[in-house]
Design a protein around this ligand. Structure first.
Ligand code: ZN
Length: 122
């Protein structure tokens, strides 16, 4: 009896056995191929996506504070809200060694060590 070698579809959500007839064939069909590509891209962009999500969340909160005319956010509040300011783009240094973080149209400028002044980009 001829034994046919098999291998698994490379779509991690499928994993069906495929005949090895064509060694270049890695997936059952186009749909598995697309899905595997999607999963691989998602995995390789995981950190960027997470940072983007966190930045979007911070911008949403800053917009809310802006609507309420709030121009300062304390470190305690940042911690309480679980905001990760490390997801900012490359920070700038202003005069006096103050750090400026940008989130969308908002700038957070360090205010001593107690928090950040909130201003908007013109
Ligand atoms: Zn498959």
């Amino acid at each position: 009896m001829k034994e046919e070698k098999l291998r698994r579809c490379e779509n991690p959500e499928c994993g069906k056995l495929l005949p090895i007839g064509n060694p270049k064939r890695k997936h059952c069909d186009k749909s598995c191929s697309n899905k595997a590509g999607h999963i691989a891209r998602k995995k390789s962009n995981q950190w960027e996506n997470e940072m983007f999500k966190q930045r979007k969340n911070i911008i949403k909160i800053l917009e809310k504070l802006d609507r309420n005319k709030i121009t300062f956010i304390a470190n305690e509040k940042i911690e309480e809200l679980g905001l990760n300011l490390n997801c900012s783009y490359l920070p700038e240094l202003a005069t006096g060694g103050k750090q400026i973080l940008r989130f969308g149209k908002f700038l957070l400028t360090t205010n001593k060590t107690i928090g950040f002044d909130i201003s908007k980009v013109n």
